[in-house]
Structures are given as C-alpha cells and as structure tokens.
Design a protein around this ligand. Structure first.
Ligand SMILES: [Zn+2]
Length: 305
C-alpha cells in the first residue's frame, strides 16, 4: 500500500479504495485535460515517494528493533510507531502511570533530531521532522512487541537478565520505571545497541557476544552521557537508519540526485543528507558541546550505480 501523491487530495471510503494503477490513470486523464486546455505539456511537480512500513527495523544496527515507519512526503514528517500490548504482571500496578511514562519516553525521542536533505546546489534545503510514538493495542496481533510490566519487587531478579536480551522478544519494564529508562528501552525497539561498559566476567562475555551490544572494543563505551550508554543525551547515530530510509524515498527528485563523477564520467548517483541533533538531553536543551562521539551533524547517503 502506497500513498501516492495526489494534486487534488480526496478521501475515499475503504471499499472504494483504488489500486495505484487506477490512480495513475486518473492523473493521466487530468494531465491530458490540462494539455488540451492550456495547449502545452504539463509539468507535474516531482514528489518523493511516501513510506508506509509495518514490522520493520529499517536495517537498524540491532535485530531486536521492530516498529512501524511512515514518511509523509506532503508534510515532510516521518513517524516511528511502537505498537505494543501491555501485560501487567500484577493487578496492583498503576496502569495509568505506566501508560503516561511510556508516552513521555516517546515524546523525548520526538524532534530530538531532524533529517536535512542536500540539493544539487549543495544546500540542505529540505528538512524532515522525526516523530516517535507508542500506541497501546489490545490485540497482540497488531503489536510490534509486547511490553511486560513487572511489579517493583521483582526488579532484583529481572536485573539478573540483561535487558538487551529480553527486549528482543518483549520490552520489559517495571511499575516504577522512569521515562528515562523507558526511553533507553525504546532505543532497542528502534533497533539500537547498548553502548555501556558491562562489569564482571558475565558482563564482559555479554558485551562480546551480544548482537545488541556495540562490543568490547567500541569507542562508544566511553560516551557515558549517551542514552544507549548510561546517560540521558541523544546522539546523531541513533537516527541514521531512519534518515537513510527517507533518503531512499527521494530517487524521483532530480533536484536531490547528486552524481558521482570519476575521471569526468558519471559512475553513480547518490542522495545525501545529514542528521542534525536538536535536543541535548531527553528533556531538551540546546547542544553546545560537541565532540567526535557527539557530533552536531552526521552525514549519511544512499547510492545507486
Ligand atoms: Zn539496554
């Protein structure tokens, strides 16, 4: 199912939904009409493709990612949605509070960064907002993952297991898990790896073998303020897979296609962009100190031969 761009937007009841081919026919008719009317060939403005994906991880670093992803070319907004069915492990848990914290954690992610897309002239002339949301669903069939909410008393036992292992099947939180902790767990739902230094023998082995940990040699282990480490700050690297997926929607846009030239010959084409960091910490604030592990921008691109 694709949302194709329609110059005259309209809504149809689901039973009257048309196939893309049929839609294209209508556009063709309209163009023909304009051609007759104005006496010149119409130039339809090129539009990026829209994206509507279910149960995707957008080729994220960690396989545990699972969410739905939508990019609306008409509004320049992309949204990652985590649909989850909540499983409360105790009747005493305050469901309203847990739900509110899940929403707050998703809000932290929203507009923490944006994608800026380069044009042929070298300007980052198009900006795409990145939104994130958690939606609760009653039917597990429509869930990306289940969220199990454990009573606080069981915390000690559950912490024996590493969250990165259990989040691959379900997201586990506790009755009093803070929005910050949930925001880190959501990072795994978006397909991001743990970056923290684990201690002890078991911790070292886990770092070494877990596909959802950056590993024992990664410089990211030292970036301790980062959210997927033990901190509360966003990093451009958390948004690169979202950005690349959106860049791939721009192959119809001549203004954004940048040729790769070698020895005077075009050998390929690229669409280039960058992730711009907007929020410093989960609760906002402007970034003022940047470094190699915490750049203001991260250049990304997609290429075709
Ligand atoms: Zn983690």
């Amino acid at each position: 199912m694709y949302n194709i761009y329609r110059p005259y937007s309209y809504e149809l009841l689901p039973e009257f939904e048309m196939s893309d081919e049929y839609d294209q026919e209508i556009l063709d008719d309209r163009e023909f009409y304009e051609y007759e009317y104005e006496g010149k060939a119409p130039v339809a403005p090129p539009m990026p493709s829209s994206i509507n994906l279910y149960d995707t991880d957008l080729n994220a670093p960690c396989f545990a990612g699972n969410f739905n992803f939508m990019f609306d070319a008409n509004t320049n907004k992309a949204t990652a949605t985590f649909n989850t069915d909540l499983s409360f492990k105790s009747a005493a848990i305050d469901k309203g509070k847990v739900f509110a914290r899940l929403q707050e954690a998703a809000n932290y992610w929203t507009n923490a960064a944006a994608l800026e897309i380069k044009d042929k002239n070298g300007n980052y002339s198009r900006r795409i907002d990145l939104g994130f949301q958690v939606k609760t669903v009653a039917n597990p069939k429509y869930a990306n993952k289940r969220t199990s909410v454990h009573p606080d008393g069981s915390k000690a036992i559950l912490l024996m297991q590493k969250d990165r292992e259990v989040v691959s099947l379900e997201m586990h939180i506790f009755a009093s898990s803070s929005p910050l902790v949930i925001a880190h767990e959501l990072g795994h739902v978006w397909g991001l790896k743990d970056e923290y230094k684990d201690s002890g023998k078991i911790g070292w082995v886990t770092m070494k073998v877990s596909p959802c940990h950056v590993g024992t040699r990664s410089p990211l282990l030292n970036d301790t303020n980062a959210l997927m480490n033990g901190g509360n700050e966003f990093r451009t690297r958390y948004f690169k897979h979202f950005g690349r997926a959106i860049l791939n929607a721009f192959w119809r846009m001549p203004n954004h296609i940048i040729p790769v030239i070698r020895n005077g010959q075009v050998i390929g084409k690229t669409i280039q962009g960058r992730i711009r960091l907007l929020k410093k910490t989960v609760t906002g604030g402007a970034h003022n100190t940047f470094g190699p592990l915490n750049p203001q921008f991260d250049i990304i691109q997609v290429a075709k031969r």
